[in-house]
Design a protein around this ligand. Structure first.
Ligand SMILES: [Mg+2]
Length: 328
């Protein structure tokens, strides 16, 4: 812990960014006490400096936002509503209060946006790398959880949300850092570049999914959020459910910041769409593939577990060297 500010004073400073909680016992006691009205789902995830983000490319507010958003995405991918979270921080010898307060501000902004409350946390010093860990808790208010192993042969496969944007944003941020945009040299501030940077820095968890699908009477049999890449994360569902898939990718084509970036920088957008991670879109399978705003239907589950057939505009799609998105 820095000698500039004691642990308790630091905790107080960081807590001042968050409004008082409505839970029975909030931060400040030995443990929090919550009274869920429904079964709860719990998840945790860490962001490590240098591995999941570079301070040079991310404002502290972005880091705080992302640390919470990725956890809320996992809650949404179970079909639950996020309610509460805990935040733990490990600090290297050198840290700055203003930077930490920026992180707290980003966490608080994300918490406010998705109506979740900070109910506790921890600060530890003396580590090599700065790590932010968030544990999120959600309530399953709308029936059974959406599991990875629930897909059935015949289910339609749908995607809610954007794909490839965060991976494109990662490329843009790396080029920013290295000081060059190649063919985009004179267009470093093109508006679509900023949209892509934002997709990487401030992912949007699909916390609206339970209400959106519930309102359309669409019940997912399986779901997962896209953290590692569309094909890789869909593969988790297929393996867990012991089914295969026939995909037609053309429904994922769109004219937006990603396609503008791909055209302007001579990159194949499909590699970003099928293999780019960190978009936190949701993949679902369902036997009720209704029209739902924002959902694109891209194929069906088939009974042959070893079948994974992918076409684009009716022709067999040759996979690029598909890999999960590499961090930093
Ligand atoms: Mg996940």
């Amino acid at each position: 812990m820095s000698d500039r500010l004691g642990e308790f004073a630091l905790i107080e400073r960081l807590l001042s960014h968050f409004p008082p909680t409505t839970v029975a016992i909030g931060p400040g006691d030995d443990a929090a006490m919550i009274q869920p009205a429904a079964p709860i789902v719990v998840t945790t995830d860490s962001l490590v400096e240098g591995r999941h983000f570079r301070s040079a490319s991310f404002a502290p507010e972005d880091i705080g936002w992302k640390a919470l958003a990725v956890n809320l995405s996992d809650i949404a991918a179970m079909g639950a509503e996020p309610r509460w979270f805990l935040w733990s921080l490990t600090l290297p010898a050198e840290w700055e209060l203003a930077w930490l307060e920026g992180v707290a501000g980003g966490l608080a902004a994300c918490a406010k946006r998705y109506a979740v409350e900070l109910v506790g946390g921890n600060i530890a010093g003396g580590t090599q790398e700065l790590t932010l860990s968030v544990t999120a808790i959600g309530e399953l208010t709308s029936g059974a959880a959406w599991r990875r192993d629930g897909a059935r042969a015949g289910d339609a496969i749908g995607v809610l949300g954007r794909l490839g944007w965060a991976a494109a944003g990662h490329i843009v941020l790396e080029r920013d850092r290295q000081g060059g945009h190649g063919p985009l040299r004179d267009r470093g501030e093109a508006p679509f570049l900023d949209e892509l940077r934002r997709a990487q820095r401030r992912p949007i968890p699909r916390c609206d999914a339970p209400a959106l699908f519930g309102g359309a009477s669409l019940r997912p049999n399986a779901a997962i959020d896209v953290s590692d890449g569309f094909l890789q994360d869909l593969g988790h569902i297929l393996r867990a459910s012991d089914v295969g898939a026939d995909l037609e990718l053309s429904a994922l084509r769109s004219d937006d910041a990603l396609s503008q970036f791909a055209r302007a920088s001579a990159i194949d957008p499909w590699e970003l769409i099928v293999a780019g991670g960190e978009d936190y879109a949701l993949i679902i399978t369902t036997d009720q593939p209704r029209e739902v705003e924002g959902v694109r239907w891209v194929g069906r589950c088939v009974p042959e577990a070893d079948r994974f057939s992918i076409s684009l505009d009716g022709a067999a799609y040759r996979l690029p060297e598909v890999r999960g998105f590499r961090h930093v």
